[in-house]
Design a binder for this molecule. Structure first.
Ligand SMILES: *Cc1c(COP(=O)(O)O)cnc(C)c1O
Length: 388
């Protein structure tokens, strides 16, 4: 096999929307002009529409973690008690951020592959009635697990605490009713379901969270959301906008709005469900079987096998870039992404490649069994839509 097209199949960065990629070439523009303000306003209102909220959605020049940092530094006071749910690398990032900014985190941990239950959050809120915030992931990308955001929100709502959601891979892969459920701060990132390169973080802020912001006293400058809110009202970003990424985002948001955010979610959900069926057909074990996310499916390497070898084979044999486990999960799992610009043709390729890789490494798999499972899922959906 002499030609191997490089295919980016990771959970972030994700495959780019072609028209968004092309739009980036028009970035020889100045950001303090009426033309750019019109574009920036379109992007901010488009973000609000795809987030599905009447809350303000602000745009920051940073990778997703910049949005997480802003969510910590803008709404709290030094020493504030906060409840942090941690069940993976990104939960651990919340803990690190809370400590870095001098908060007092009460950490609710769950093993990798599981999530922190709403009951545990409810108990912690009772034990710590002064807690000012609750931090969760919507989708924990490192383990492929999905939190029960709605149930947790229902518990936080009645307390003085704000709910801060890292939804960086939750947005566009699961229903998130920001206003209906009461999600106070929701963070997104450009390189996930938004189909554009890394470099922008999005933060939605509820009225309750703005009240917290008014009393907050932690150091911040670049990520000052109150200041960013004022700039946004004038159709601008506080600092120099990432013009290339804003051009790309405008195209991606047009695409997502035309399709409907619910369809983007359904797309990820059906790819994830089909992937789980394929894993089962190949006798592979899911890493988060009880609470599987639709952003990414984490699969355990077969017994005695290092998942790094699978990831390497994908790259070397087929040019496909898929994700290994992170941290302690490295070598144990590999992750197949579904968020953003992924379709069933991508999935057919991934599963067909996986079958060859496993067979070539002596794992007993029936070639085609995983692919056939996906074909059946596609066929059933097709029949159901035709006979509807
Ligand atoms: C990708 C991701 C982030 C952000 O990581 P960056 O490298 O800063 O973009 C945060 N949380 C989750 C759950 C993610 O998947």
């Amino acid at each position: 096999m002499h030609i191997k097209k490089q295919r980016l199949l990771t959970a972030g960065p994700t495959p780019l929307l072609p028209q968004a990629l092309r739009a980036m070439m028009g970035s020889d523009i100045y950001h303090r002009t009426e033309d750019f303000r019109a574009l920036y306003r379109e992007v901010l209102s488009g973000l609000r529409e795809v987030f599905g909220t009447a809350n303000e959605v602000l745009c920051l020049v940073a990778s997703g973690t910049g949005g997480l940092e802003a969510a910590v530094s803008n709404f709290f006071r030094a020493g504030d008690e906060v409840i942090v749910c941690s069940a993976g690398k990104f939960g651990e990032r919340w803990v690190d951020l809370a400590r870095a900014f001098g908060l007092s985190p009460i950490v609710l941990e769950a093993p990798y592959g599981e999530v922190v239950s709403p009951e545990r959050v409810g108990d912690a809120l009772k034990q710590h009635p002064d807690a000012r915030g609750v931090f969760i992931q919507a989708s924990e990308t490192s383990t492929g697990a999905e939190f029960d955001v709605r149930a947790i929100a229902g518990l936080v709502r009645a307390t003085p605490a704000i709910l801060v959601v890292d939804a960086i891979t939750g947005l566009g892969t699961m229903p998130l009713d920001i206003d209906g459920w009461g999600l106070d701060v929701v963070v997104g990132g450009s390189q996930k379901a938004f189909m554009i390169p890394p470099g922008l973080a999005f933060v939605s802020v509820s009225e309750k969270a703005w009240q917290h912001a008014a009393a907050a006293n932690l150091p911040r400058l670049y990520f000052d959301l109150t200041r960013e809110r004022k700039s946004a009202a004038a159709g601008e970003s506080t600092w120099t906008a990432s013009t290339s990424l804003i051009l790309a985002l405008a195209e991606a948001l047009r695409y997502i709005r035309a399709m409907g955010m619910d369809k983007l979610v359904a797309n990820a959900q059906s790819l994830a469900a089909a992937t789980r069926t394929a894993a089962k057909a190949l006798d592979l074990e899911l890493f988060a079987p009880a609470c599987p996310a639709s952003a990414v499916t984490a699969i355990r390497a077969p017994k005695g096998m290092d998942s790094s070898a699978i990831v390497r084979d994908f790259r070397e044999q087929f040019g496909s870039i898929i994700a290994n486990g992170q941290g302690a999960m490295k070598g144990k799992i590999f992750r197949i992404a579904h968020l953003g610009y992924f379709d069933f043709s991508d999935l057919f390729a991934v599963i067909a490649q996986l079958e060859v890789i496993l067979a070539s490494r002596g794992v007993s798999v029936e070639l085609g069994a995983g692919v056939a499972a996906i074909q059946r899922a596609v066929l059933n959906a097709r029949v159901a839509s035709v006979t509807k």
